[in-house]
Ligand binder design. Structure first.
Ligand SMILES: Nc1ncnc2c1ncn2[C@@H]1O[C@H](COP(=O)(O)OP(=O)(O)OP(=O)(O)O)[C@@H](O)[C@H]1O
Ligand SMILES: [Mg+2]
Length: 326
């Protein structure tokens, strides 16, 4: 368990579990996640494909499919979100908590012009009149780097390129100036110039509006540059959290260490990249011990039988028996 702190302002997630009921039995996609995001903080969420990053974000925004069983606690500004009705959640999602999805096409309405989709968010969450909404929509497109805004606002999602769709979705998520933005790989489909522009925009909004950002990305370079703190996920669990610079310089979990060794440009210039051996873990039959143990170079017998406890230090926490051997 992480140290308790004032949870009346930001996001506090504890013991979050998501089990999907499928025809082949339960899938334990998120298995006891704890996260804190303070106002104005940029928190990175990393971990290999299938580790439960997107499902965690969707659980926070209460946007999971009906086959999901969600337990634990998601407190936002002191309010428990998991016990709210769908109606009670409406004024929070979109207005206070914005979300950028990993798949832009699934999030955009294919039969509505982009401009109207931005306006819908403004109608739902602000008191702006039509002229103000149109000016704001133009401003948003400009901010996310879409030129010829007036023409673009009248176009449909299929008339946009993939990267432009991703940026349109970012514009919609930012429309109501949310206090917390859940951003799931927001810049993956973008070229480096636009990626840089979007990241700088998000950081500016953090500074100007005190917006908090929970940023999912596979790019550890982006994490190093933009995230104050980072949480590393493996097999539905957070294995380590802490200030980004500390975690990257001196990982406390064997998976974090392996992830850093496998990433180009993250270690010393001459360091050889070492891919993580072995297979991704099974989520239908969670290990009683550490899920990373079968792939770990410093594991001991205890790792396969007993789940390592989360050890909380001053600013960091981790769950690894092999830390001293890293
Ligand atoms: N509706 C669902 N029913 C059953 N299983 C699901 C459902 N949604 C997600 N999962 C499973 O949950 C696990 C976690 O998925 P998630 O999308 O959170 O991974 P991720 O960490 O975001 O990966 P990536 O980096 O590839 O985006 C995966 O094994 C996925 O197949
Ligand atoms: Mg994902």
């Amino acid at each position: 368990m992480m140290a308790s702190r004032d949870d009346s302002t930001g996001l506090t997630v504890r013991e979050l579990r998501v089990v999907f009921d499928t025809s082949r039995g339960p899938i334990f996609a998120v298995d006891g996640v704890a996260l804190d995001v303070a106002p104005g903080e940029v928190m990175g969420l990393v971990g290999e494909s299938g580790s439960g990053k997107s499902v965690s974000l969707r659980a926070v925004a209460r946007l999971l499919h009906a086959n999901a069983r969600v337990t634990g606690s998601v407190r936002w500004r002191g309010q428990e979100l998991l016990s709210l009705s769908d109606d009670q959640m409406l004024p929070i999602r979109g207005a206070q908590i914005g979300i950028i999805f990993q798949e832009p096409m699934a999030a955009l309405n294919p039969v509505l012009p982009i401009g109207l989709q931005i306006e819908e968010s403004l109608i739902a969450h602000t008191t702006m009149d039509k002229a103000q909404r149109q000016a704001r929509a133009l401003q948003l497109l400009d901010q996310v780097g879409i030129a010829s805004g007036a023409t673009r606002l009248a176009q449909f999602p299929h008339e946009f390129s993939g990267g432009m769709r991703q940026r349109a979705m970012i514009a919609i998520a930012l429309a109501a100036s949310p206090a917390l933005l859940l951003a799931d790989e927001p810049t993956t489909a973008l070229d480096v110039t636009i990626q840089d522009q979007i990241l700088r925009l998000l950081l500016r909004l953090k500074d100007e509006l005190g917006m908090a950002l929970l940023l999912v990305t596979h790019d550890l370079g982006v994490v190093a540059e933009t995230c104050t703190r980072v949480a590393v996920m493996y097999a539905g669990r957070v294995c380590e959290t802490g200030p980004t610079a500390d975690v990257f310089a001196n990982p406390h979990h064997a998976y974090t260490a392996a992830l850093l060794r496998a990433m180009p440009g993250s270690g010393p210039a001459q360091a050889k990249l070492i891919p993580i051996p072995g297979m991704a873990p099974r989520l239908d039959a969670p290990s009683p011990g550490c899920a990373f143990a079968p792939r770990c170079t410093v594991s001991e017998p205890l790792c396969t039988t007993t789940r390592p406890p989360f050890v909380q230090e001053a600013t960091r926490s981790s769950a690894c028996y092999g830390r001293a051997r890293l």
